[in-house]
Ligand binder design. Structure first.
Ligand SMILES: Nc1ncnc2c1ncn2[C@@H]1O[C@H](COP(=O)(O)OP(=O)(O)OP(=O)(O)O)[C@@H](O)[C@H]1O
Length: 324
């Protein structure tokens, strides 16, 4: 069985490419971590993985441990005691930061020889890879939320991941000494549901409706729709201009009878956060955990991004919806 250490699994889906699914996954993860939760990101976009790039971790490789693959650490947890430690105390940077949970990530990109390696796989190979991602990854103990970033559409990767997660949830008891035995030391994670990302335009919402149908057919509950790139927030005055129109995601959610989480404007500070890191900062390595400084500091720098407050609100809603 896999995912023993994971409590809740959330899929991030969209019908169209480029609508900001990976960006939403990343921001949900950063925001959950800021709220003190231990988080994992599993990137199952096998042919176009974006998570390593967004995390500034493109050159990292997965390590193999006796029981499976170890996901790449992005930042470690800081407990409330450490966070409030007086300045001048022995420091790993914790005294300047508030409490937070850990963040780890896994992507096929961390297993490929180079960042330009093309993945040209037919369905069965993709399905086998997804199965391995579910069964052979050693997520750290107490991983509360595993966010799964998916490719656009409803293809092999989606069918495979949902099948595997349903299999875990309905794991049959084994027979031991002639009696049915349920191994309660390896509890199954709950498939909490899906966050569905769209942009406001009809060209995106019409494809996202298919994604919602996929959820119905595969019995995945929809936690909420996010309308991304919903207007542009002026960095000077904060005023929002509706470049790609507005409200299409909310109307679609109403018509399909699923919850609407809210909208996310286009914000240039987010682009600067993930794209604007200079090469020197990308390659500078934090000696303590051998992760690029740009990645370990991402959660702190995200606090200055205009979208941080919005995502904090949406993750709080999700956390209370998912429950314990
Ligand atoms: N709200 C936003 N404000 C500013 N930039 C954004 C926003 N959302 C996404 N972007 C930018 O848009 C681009 C596409 O986003 P992203 O890679 O998350 O899309 P995707 O839906 O995951 O794409 P794919 O088709 O690869 O699955 C990225 O450069 C990202 O930084």
């Amino acid at each position: 069985m896999g995912l023993e250490n994971v409590k809740h699994v959330v899929l991030v889906l969209s019908g169209k490419g480029g609508v900001g699914k990976s960006s939403v996954t990343l921001q949900l993860a950063l925001s959950l971590s800021q709220q003190g939760h231990n988080v994992g990101i599993l990137d199952i976009d096998l042919t176009g993985p974006s998570i390593p790039r967004l995390l500034n971790l493109e050159d990292k490789k997965v390590r193999q441990a006796p029981g499976g693959w170890l996901p790449v650490p992005v930042h470690s947890a800081i407990d409330p005691g450490q966070a409030s430690a007086p300045s001048g105390s022995p420091s790993n940077g914790a005294s300047q930061s508030s409490a937070r949970g850990s963040l780890h990530a896994l992507s096929l990109a961390f297993l490929l020889p180079s960042r330009d390696s093309a993945v040209i796989w037919r369905g069965p190979k993709k399905t086998a890879m997804i199965r391995q991602f579910v069964s052979d990854v050693l997520w750290p103990p107490n991983t509360e939320y595993l966010l799964i970033d998916t490719p656009p559409g409803t293809s092999d990767e989606h069918i495979a991941i949902v099948e595997e997660l349903h299999k875990l949830a309905t794991a049959m008891p084994t027979i031991q000494n002639g009696q049915p035995h349920l191994n309660i030391s390896t509890p199954a994670p709950s498939l909490a549901g899906a966050v569905v990302v769209t942009t406001p335009q009809a060209i995106s919402t019409s494809d996202v409706r298919k994604e919602l149908n996929f959820c119905v057919k595969t019995q995945v509950s929809v936690l909420g729709v996010i309308e991304n790139m919903s207007g542009y927030m002026c960095p000077c005055c904060g005023e929002i201009s509706n470049i790609f129109s507005k409200g299409g995601g909310e109307i679609m959610a109403q018509e399909c009878g699923v919850p609407y989480l809210g909208s996310v404007p286009i914000d240039t500070t987010f682009g600067e956060l993930v794209e604007g890191v200079k090469q020197a900062q990308r390659t500078a390595v934090d000696s303590e955990n051998s992760i690029p400084v740009a990645a370990t500091e991402l959660v702190e720098r995200y606090k200055d991004c205009g979208l941080c407050k919005i995502f904090n609100e949406y993750t709080s809603k999700l956390v209370s919806q998912i429950g314990s």
